[in-house]
Design a binder for this molecule. Structure first.
Ligand code: FAD
Ligand code: MG
Length: 321
């Protein structure tokens, strides 16, 4: 979108991520309510501090069920449903491996293979037991840990959208560091940059134009470290315990709810473009943009967005063409 003085941007750092809110009217009070809402959910979901509702569930692993608030229960239930199918790369119980690798945090290193093998025994989603009547969560094995890092931002982006809508906002945007949710279509649509992997922070491979849609990107280029000439990024393969290794640099999902976008970026990252495209054939509500290491940009479809290539070193493959 061209620079426009009537756009008011509000920013903060929450959940270890840069947060950006865009409105078309000046409204500090509303921005404050948005940031407080995000903080509220961060306090419930975080596993990066000793205490949160999710950490209470984790600390009681192998001991007892823990009753949680409706939002935490709903999100854990949703994350479990995404984790149970055999072909799913999504795993809400990936926590012990995330904590051991520490990718994106100080002290990251490649763990010994034997340790990874051991940790795989406590990362089985089948060992999560839910009780709807009590709204309780029980992790059946000691040492298990739920990690909602691949889904919580999606949930929160949708709640921010709801708050903005209830507050009468017709056009607005929230970016939770890779999870973008939009309201309305200022000047025909919002333009969201598709980042060029492993380039500068402002380098774009393309632009995605949407209205009233969420745009979520999962990439290997934001949180990673290098050791002995190899790169290790933060999306782990629940089958091996190591970072998922395939042809992809990133996956972007366009959907109505950011929750779906967050789940599907992880699912599609794990599936890879070939299998991912067959899954998407049954889901007209989910569209994806795969960016491969060999500089292809694969568009699954183009029902709800427009795409503009901004970097000629990439080749666009449009599966609808
Ligand atoms: P996605 O690709 O959507 O998710 C990747 C993340 O999901 C990984 O970082 C890991 O946490 C988890 N994961 C890895 N593999 C799998 C898998 N196979 N299945 C399911 N999940 C997987 N970052 C900080 O640096 N400091 C903080 O204090 C901090 N606090 C946070 C608090 C909250 C409530 C949330 C939601 C995030 C926080 N983060 C923080 C960021 C967090 O550590 C992740 O890096 C971030 O959520 C990744 O989001 P993404 O959209 O980039 O990646
Ligand atoms: Mg995700």
């Amino acid at each position: 979108m061209p620079a426009d003085e009537s756009v008011y941007s509000y920013s903060a750092v929450l959940m270890g991520s840069p947060i950006l809110l865009k409105l078309f009217q000046r409204d500090e009070a509303l921005a404050g309510r948005v940031f407080n809402l995000i903080k509220h959910y961060e306090d419930l979901f975080t596993v990066n501090r000793a205490d949160s509702e999710v950490m209470r569930v984790n600390r009681a692993a192998g001991r007892e069920p823990v009753t949680v608030s409706p939002a935490v229960y709903q999100l854990i239930k949703c994350a479990l449903a995404a984790s149970l199918p055999a072909a799913s790369a999504f795993n809400l119980t990936i926590g012990p491996l995330v904590k051991r690798w520490r990718i994106g945090f100080q002290g990251d290193s490649v763990p010994p293979a034997a340790e990874i093998e051991d940790l795989l025994t406590i990362t089985r989603p089948q060992d999560v037991q839910l009780d709807d009547a009590r709204r309780s969560v029980f992790l059946a094995r000691k040492g298990m840990e739920i990690d909602l890092g691949a889904i919580a931002k999606g949930y929160i982006a949708d709640r921010v959208r709801d708050l903005l809508r209830q507050s009468g906002v017709e056009e607005g945007l929230i970016n939770l560091g890779g999870n973008v949710q939009t309201l309305g279509a200022p000047r025909g649509g919002w333009s969201i940059g598709l980042k060029k992997p492993f380039a500068g922070p402002d380098a774009l491979a393309g632009a995605i134009e949407v209205a009233n849609k969420s745009v979520v990107t999962s990439g290997t280029y934001e949180r990673y470290f290098e050791q002995d000439g190899r790169r290790y990024h933060h999306i782990l393969d629940p089958r091996t315990g190591y970072p998922l290794d395939n042809v992809l640099d990133s996956v972007t999902v366009i959907s109505t709810d950011s929750l779906d976008g967050d789940i599907w970026t992880t699912l599609l990252y794990g599936a890879g473009p070939e299998r991912g495209l067959t899954w998407l054939a049954d889901r007209p509500d989910i569209e994806a943009i795969f960016v491969t290491k060999s500089r292809e940009i694969i568009l699954s479809s183009r029902r709800h967005f427009r795409f503009t290539l901004l970097d000629d070193s990439y080749r666009v493959i449009d599966c609808t063409a």
